[in-house]
Ligand binder design. Sequence first.
Ligand code: DMJ
Length: 693
Amino acid sequence: MIFKTLAGKTSVVGLRLPQTFIFLLVLGSLGFGALFFLPETSRLKRIFQHNSDSSAVITDSVNGQRAQPISPIGYGLIRAPPLDIGVLRSKSQLSSSNGKQRNNNKGRSQGTVSMEHMSEGDAADNKVHTRGVVVSSRARSPVRVKLRNCMLKPPYGANYGKPSDPESLQRREKVKEMMKFAWDNYKRYAWGENELRPLSRNGNDGRTFGGLRGASIVDSLDTLYIMGLGEEYQEAKEWVENNLNLSVGGEASLFEVNIRYVGGLLSAYYLTGEEVFKRKVVELGRNLLPAFNTPTGIPHGVVNLAGLLAPAKRYAKPTDFSEMGLDLSTPPHPRPFTECEYIGGRLIGPETDGLGHTSVKWLFEKSDSRRSTGGDLGRSSVLAEFGTLHLEFVHLSELTKDPIYTEKVMNIRKHLNQLDKPHGLYPNALNPVSGNWEQHYVSIGALGDSFYEYLIKSYLMSDRTDEVAKRMYYAALEAIEKNLVQRSPGGLIYVAEWRGGILDHKMGHLACFSGGMIGIGAEHGSPETRQHQLDLAANITHTCHESYRRTPTKLGPEVFRFDDGAEATAPRVNERHYILRPEVVESYMYMWRLTHDPKYREWGWEALEALERHCRLATGFSGIIDVYGHIIQHDNLQQSFFLAETLKYLYLLFSDDDLLPLKDWVFNTEAHPLPVIPRNCSQKTEDTDRWPA
Ligand code: DMJ
C-alpha cells in the first residue's frame, strides 16, 4: 500500500496555488453556498479544520480511503487499536469510517503520507521519518523534534495488544465494557465533577483537588484511548479543552493533583499528540511550584493553584502526630464504616473522597477544626507525597525545556540523601522547615508506598542512567527486607510496618503494589539477587491474593493482619472496606508480564468477577463497606483511580505485552504511562549535573 505525500507549495488552506485560484473563482461566482454542492473531499474538510489542534490523517492514495490518523507528537494513532471511531475527528464527524480505518490498519508504517487537518505550521514543515514511520512535522520547536525522533515509542505492537487466545480476548472485551459502563454513568450523573456517587446519582468534589474539577475525566483519558473508546475519549478531550480550569483557589493536595492531573495530561499528550494536553499540563505544572516555597524546598502537602502562597506561620511548629489525635495504627475513620446509613435518601458515612493514602490525606480533608485552631495539622510533609513527583516533574522539564521542575525534585532527593536513616529505612514524615524526620514510622503502604516505586521507576524512565535512584532503591529494598519482611505462621510472606523498631504485623491494600514493583526491579539489581527478588515479588503477590481469597466477596480488605491468629484477614471492622483500589491487580499485571504464569490472569479474572458481583450497581461502580459482609453495603463512590488504574491494569493483564511495552513506557503511580527518555535524548547530555548524589 502506498501513501502519497502532498507536495508542492500550499496556500494557507492547504491547497496548491492553482487549486486555490479555481476554488476562489467557484466561490466568487456561485457564492459561499456553493461549498455545499462541492464533493466532500478531504481537502475541503481541511479548509474548516486547518487550525485544529488535532493531528494529521493519513490518506491511502490507492483507494482513497481514510487510513490511520497520525498525530504530530504522539504515536498512539499511528498504531491505533481498531477504534470505535477515528478519535481525532470532532464529534460531528464521528460517523461511518470505522470499517475503512480497520481496513487501512495494515502495512501503513512505511512510505510517505498525505496529511490532512494540518495546521498552517504543519503544512509548511517537512515530514519526519522515525523508525520507518513517517509523521507530520511541526518541526519548528526542538522539543517536538526531540520527542518525535527520540523519545516516543509506539504504544501498540503489531496487533494493538490483542491477545491471541480467545478467552483472554473475551475477558479483555469485558474490561472494556466495564470501563464504558463506569464512564457512561459518570457522564450521566456527575459530568464535570470529580467523581461519581452512584447511589445518590450525583457528583463528588471533595477537597482533595482544591477547586479542580473533572478528576475522573482527566484520569480516564489514556484508559479510554488505549481501549479504543474513541467517542468517549473525544468527549473527555473536549471537556479538558473547554472546561478544565487550572488556576482555581482552594487547597489542593500536591500529590493527588500531580499523579492524577499532571500524570493524566502528560500521558494523554504522549499517546495522542494533542497540543491541548501539553498546554494544560504546562500551565498546571507552573501552578504547582509554590508548594516548594519552604525553607528546605521539601514541598508542603497542599498547594493553592491560584498562586496564593501558604502563609509562613504554616511552618511554625513541627507536626506531632499524637497531638493531632492521629493513631497511625488504625485508619482515622470517625466511626466504623458499618455505621453508614441513609438519611434523606443519601448515604451518610465517612468520606472516601478519592483519598489515595488513608491517614494523613484523610486529615487534610478532615482537618478544618485543627486548621482553625491554628494547630499544625498536616504541616508534616509525607514521604509518599513529596517522593512521588519525580517522574512527572522530569517530564515537565523535558516538555518545557525548563529545568526548574527537575531541579525541584532533585533537591528533594539530595535532601533525603543527606539525612540519617534509621536502619537504612525512610520514615514516613518529614518536617519541611527543619528538614528532619518527624518520627520513625516506616511503611511500604500508606504514607510511604510510591516513594519507593518512584525510585526504581525513575531509574527505568531515565533509560537506566539514573544511577542514584537505582542505588537508593536497592538500598531501601535491602533495609525493608531486613527489617519489615516477615513470614506468617502459615507461611505467607508479608511486609509489616515499623514503628521505631517495633513491628506492626499488618499490610495495607496499598502495600500490595509492592509485588509488581519488586518484580520490575528484580532484573536490574545484581544478578545474584535477581531470582530472590522475583520470588519475593511473587510471594507478596500471592499473599495479597490470599487476602482476597479469604473473604466471602473475594475482594480484599483495606488492611489485613498477621497477629492474634489472623492470617491475611481483617479482624477489625474499620479495616474491612474495599474502595475499588488497584494495587492487587496492578501486581497481577506486572507479574503476568514478567513470568507469563497463567495464574495471574486467573486471579485477575476472579477479581473482575467479584467487582461485577459486588461493586456494580445500576448507576456505576461503588466501593463496599465490608468485604466479609454477607449483606453488601456500598460506600457510594466510584473513585477516579478505578477508571485510571484498576480497569487499565485489568485490560493490560488480558492484552499481549506489546500494548504499552514495559521497556518503553513507565506507569506513574496512577497508572498513567510515560515514555522512557532514551539516554541520548535526555537533558542529561546537556546537563551533566542532572543526577546529584
Ligand atoms: C491511587 O491514587 C494511586 O495508586 C496512589 O499511589 C495510591 N492510592 C490510589 C489507589 O489506591
